[in-house]
Design a protein around this ligand. Structure first.
Ligand SMILES: Nc1ncnc2c1ncn2[C@@H]1O[C@H](COP(=O)(O)OP(=O)(O)OP(=O)(O)O)[C@@H](O)[C@H]1O
Ligand SMILES: Nc1nc2c(c(=O)[nH]1)N[C@H]1C(S)=C(S)[C@@H](COP(=O)(O)O)O[C@H]1N2
Length: 195
């Protein structure tokens, strides 16, 4: 099974300066480890809400560390220091606005303030970059969704196929990924012993 390198970025002035303990990176790591069957190498970064720092971190994760997927958490709201979507657009080659739209749909089932999140997503090189809201519980909510509203991670494996990344396989009890039939690889069957 293909390995995957995933950048996880927590953008928070308070967590990065030690005012409170960061819960964003552990929540991302925990959900992704449950959802994916592929071997994962995480590249974690805890940084303040500074546009240039966020953009430089995203460039480094994609261009130097070679991440196939990068998820940010935090800094997507309307407050003056919330600049993650701007920093993300600074580095994207192409935007995928559907991810942000779907996250707001899901989050509205949990909180009426879901519409305050300006989260976006897109492609840089062979990497998919996704913004998630800063509330640690929002990570599982938006990635996993609800029985009646698919979480955004359902579309991630096929997106990564299309941009030339590794073939991701999910644990269907956590996240049922969708791929068109033509893009599905047959499940590996164990070879029978010779003789
Ligand atoms: N990285 C994090 N770790 C733990 N809790 C967090 C984190 N980010 C946000 N929260 C929680 O979610 C609440 C709302 O997040 P808010 O939008 O104020 O944070 P932010 O803008 O992402 O981070 P900060 O204000 O530190 O820059 C916070 O009061 C805090 O309780
Ligand atoms: N699923 C989910 N989405 C959510 C929330 C939440 O608790 N759960 N909080 C909302 C709130 S209150 C805000 S202000 C915005 C932006 O949060 P951020 O600045 O921490 O990224 O995300 C919104 N989206």
């Amino acid at each position: 099974m293909d390995g995957v390198r995933i950048g996880i970025v927590s953008c928070s002035d308070r967590a990065s300066s030690g005012v409170y303990e960061d819960k964003g990176l552990p929540a991302l790591q925990e959900w992704l480890s449950r959802a994916l069957r592929n071997p994962i190498e995480f590249e974690p970064r805890l940084i303040p809400d500074e546009r240039a720092t966020i953009a430089a971190t995203l460039r480094e994760l994609v261009d130097e560390a070679g991440c196939d997927l990068v998820l940010t958490t935090g800094g997507t709201g309307p407050a003056p220091r919330d600049v993650t979507p701007e920093a993300t657009r600074d580095v994207l080659e192409r935007e995928l606005p559907g991810f942000g739209e779907q996250m707001r749909q899901i989050s509205l089932r949990f909180v009426p303030t879901a519409i305050l999140s300006r989260q976006t997503a897109g492609v840089r090189g062979r990497s998919l970059i996704l913004n998630l809201p800063g509330q640690p519980k929002a990570i599982a909510e938006t990635l996993g969704g609800l029985p009646e509203v698919p979480g955004i991670f359902a579309a991630v494996p096929y997106c990564i196929d299309l941009i030339g990344g590794p073939y991701l396989e999910t644990d269907e009890s956590v996240c049922k990924a969708f791929r068109p039939k033509s893009a599905q690889k047959p499940a590996l069957t164990p070879t029978s012993p010779a003789g």
